[in-house]
Design a binder for this molecule. Structure first.
Ligand code: GLA
Length: 748
């Protein structure tokens, strides 16, 4: 509901209130953003500046409370007494936009520049502000669990405007907060970092041309005492895939000014008279129920209003991807053999990754070309897809259309299509980006990718992009708009293709890409212990159905860590499950385990992909329609560990549940030298007998199964103890480092 009365604007629903007021100086005050309140509370909620603060500039010499620096604002000017950071910089001059009028719209207006936007019904407040020669429209859209904001600046004067910075939103909220950002790099995305917001500005920004693996665009502001289940938390994100910027700083009066938008670094856009500039839509979310409460609201918002409607709650197939198993080394018969094995395990979709086109036998050549490598695939994509389909699998394909290798027919024909600057070329993974600001480049990509997609029965695309950009400022933004144009033209007419975006893993995990495809490859790092951080931290802002989560080989290619196959499965269950390893060399016992994993995942697929996700102290849980799946994960174990508790959330205390452990096998090899304690003969731990047994037979691990009340599960039950070195039996969880269990809890 949006209420507008006497200069007061109140956007309110069951999850939040945003209370705005035009003050007597025409400035837009942010009286409140947070828990739902009454409009009548405005005077109590707003600060009363009284005699003001010393050393202030006043808008009215007779009103000591007229210092903009002390006001809580939803937009602020610069150079006119508000010395905090301004969301707008133009012409190197001060700005002073004042309220003119407002409108209430059924939905936010469509942007003309082609930026992706939220969908669905969202009542929208449009506030028009002006200063001589320029008009600013601020949009506030109310969704069930979040609000979005964006801004449009229009040149209404006679002279061009040099626009250096225009944030999607700015607001001041009272309190002391910690800013949580998610930082990292390749294979190490989403490392949580907490910084107390004080009088110095805290910044979260990317400058790589993409939203980047260095700093995800999403961030949190949490009150100091916030926990997983209690306390005030704000969440912010940007529907944008390029250079982003967000900052937070506390003022003398105790307000945190927070803003987010396109990174202003190097940014300069000239607006000719009559021209407009539209910012990306930003997402603002609040919960008084801790990080868990905030995540639940963000997840709902992303599913309902960001990911394409066709896919928002459509179940995803269990896939097999050829990359980690084959890299560039394959031919049709190897792929068909893998597809047969994948089908036998229970996979539903076979994805051919990099290496199928041009001279792409390594990462030195071929990007930009689309001709199928007939040496590897003599019957083309069509022939391969037919064979894969015949086995009962869908067929999916990897593409990297934004890039070009110098060693490619495309580059030889159009060297000027590469995105360069005026300095010597610099390379990333031996490749360049194509200049998507050029219409002919976009046409080339749209035409060729469309042809490929229509050449075979392709139901899934992994859209990759593997380098950082050299474009800065305006060019960087226009490049991102070019990407959106290409994606819209290719996938708009093909909504049923499942699009998973990827950028060296999670280098572009953002809401902009999620507007075009419902899932993103989280990271090239598939080590399950690393994934506990990567997927766990993504879950603050993104629902698990947006995670591409694959089981790969052990020891892991990036960390060299050896982990049990059960843990690799248990972690990947909390996302869109896939397998990415050479299936030819699986031991019989691994084949059995994977079959079991896929069967279980399919049984509970809707729960895993769309259930309510919650973080526990020792793992994750998902709940849907009376069923909960809970993963309990261990990193390094200690000797003689004590009991461990399983404490679930969100159950009905009065109901009775049945809890059971997913049965897992323990590899005999892990115990080889201990077997002498129990075996009648002294077996060589490295000998053929143990080696053979290890590949075929596993020991039963402890399994629990009983009826228990919701009250007990909410309070916390004690799980079977972990292995303590006191012998083997099935009343314990015989796990070492990186062990885990999955529990299924069903309402009786
Ligand atoms: C990137 C992706 C990988 C894989 C390779 C192929 O690194 O993140 O998953 O597709 O490219 O070259």
């Amino acid at each position: 509901m949006i209420e507008c009365k006497n200069g007061l604007f109140h956007l309110r629903n069951l999850s939040l209130s945003c209370l705005l007021r035009v003050n007597r100086y025409g400035l837009l005050e942010q009286v409140h953003f947070g828990a739902p309140v009454r409009s009548e509370d405005v005077e109590a909620l707003a600060g009363q500046p009284g005699l003001g603060w010393g050393s202030s500039l006043l808008l009215n010499d007779k009103d000591p409370g007229s210092s903009p620096d002390a006001m809580a604002l939803a937009w602020s000017g610069s150079g006119r007494g508000d010395f905090r950071e301004s969301p707008l910089e133009m012409d190197g001059q001060s700005t002073d936009f004042c309220y003119v009028n407002h409108n209430v719209l059924d939905t936010p207006p469509l942007m003309e520049c082609g930026l992706p936007q939220t969908h669905g019904k969202g009542e929208t407040l449009e506030i028009l502000m002006e200063q001589p020669g320029a008009r600013l429209r601020l949009y506030f859209t109310l969704y069930e669990t979040a609000m979005t904001r964006f801004a449009v600046l229009e040149n209404t004067g006679e002279q061009p405007i040099a626009l250096h910075k225009l944030m999607s939103f700015s607001m001041d909220i009272y309190g002391s907060y910690t800013m949580t950002t998610f930082n990292g790099g390749w294979a190490a995305e989403m490392q949580r970092c907490d910084t107390v917001v004080g009088a110095s500005r805290v910044v979260n920004e990317s400058a790589t041309g993409a939203s980047s693996n260095q700093h995800n665009a999403g961030f949190l502001l949490s009150e100091m005492d916030a926990t997983e289940d209690a306390g005030r938390v704000y969440g912010f994100n940007l529907i944008y895939s390029g250079n982003h910027y967000a900052s937070a700083r506390q003022s003398q009066q105790g307000f945190i000014r927070v803003m987010q938008g396109i990174n202003p670094a190097h940014f300069c856009q000239t607006l000719q008279p009559g021209e407009k500039f539209e910012t990306p839509e930003a997402v603002l979310c609040y919960s008084g129920a801790g990080w868990g409460g905030l995540s639940a609201r963000m997840h709902k918002f992303v599913l309902n209003h960001v990911v394409p409607e066709y896919w928002s709650r459509r179940e995803r197939p269990v896939l097999y991807n050829s990359w980690e198993g084959c890299m560039f080394d394959f031919n049709e018969s190897r792929l068909v053999d893998l597809a047969r094995r994948a089908k036998n395990l229970g996979c539903e979709l076979f994805v051919l990754d990099d290496g199928w086109f041009g001279k792409r036998n390594d990462d030195l050549a071929g990007l930009g070309d689309y001709n199928v490598n007939l040496k590897k695939l003599p019957h083309g994509l069509h022939g391969l897809a037919q064979k894969v389909n015949k086995l009962g699998l869908e067929f999916g394909l990897w593409l990297e259309p934004e890039s070009v290798n110098e060693d490619s027919d495309l580059y030889r024909a159009h060297p000027d299509w590469a995105l360069t600057d005026r300095f010597p070329t610099i390379y990333g993974r031996h490749q360049l980006l194509l200049d998507l600001t050029k219409p002919e480049v976009r046409d080339y990509i749209v035409e060729n990718v469309s042809k490929v997609l229509d050449s075979a029965n392709i139901t899934y695309v992994k859209w990759d992009m593997n380098r950082h950009s050299v474009a800065v400022g305006k060019k960087a933004h226009e490049h991102v708009l070019g990407l959106y144009d290409v994606l819209r033209r290719i996938f708009g007419p093909r909504p049923q293709i499942l699009l998973e975006s990827c950028s060296s893993g999670g280098n572009r995990f953002d809401l902009g890409m999620l507007c075009f495809g419902p899932q993103v490859w989280c990271s090239d790092n598939t080590d399950p212990i690393s994934r506990l951080d990567i997927q766990g931290n993504l879950s603050y802002l993104y629902p698990q159905s947006t995670f591409g989560a694959h089981v790969s080989a052990s020891p892991h290619a990036q960390t060299l860590r050896a982990t049990p196959l059960s843990t690799r499965g248990n972690v990947s269950f909390f996302g869109c499950l896939g397998y990415e390893l050479d299936l030819k060399h699986l031991a019989a016992i691994e084949v059995q385990e994977i079959k079991h994993q896929i069967e279980l995942y399919k049984t509970y697929r809707r729960l895993f992909q769309f259930g309510t996700f919650r973080r526990m102290k020792n793992g994750w849980q998902v709940s849907l329609d009376g069923v909960t799946a809970a993963g309990v994960f261990h990193k390094l174990v200690s000797a003689a560990p004590g009991y461990e508790q399983l404490r679930l959330k969100g159950l009905d205390a009065d109901k009775i549940y049945h809890l059971r452990t997913r049965a897992q096998k323990i590899r005999i090899g892990q115990f080889a030298h201990l077997l002498k304690h129990v075996a009648p003969v002294n077996l060589n731990p490295n000998g053929a007998v143990i080696n053979t047994a290890d590949k075929h037979y596993g020991l039963e691990d402890g399994v629990e199964g009983y009826r228990v009340s919701g009250a007990a599960l909410l309070s916390g039950i004690l799980l079977q103890p972990l292995f303590r070195g006191t012998g083997y039996d099935t009343n314990q969880r015989t796990q070492g480092d990186y062990g885990s269990n999955l529990y299924i809890v069903e309402e009786v």
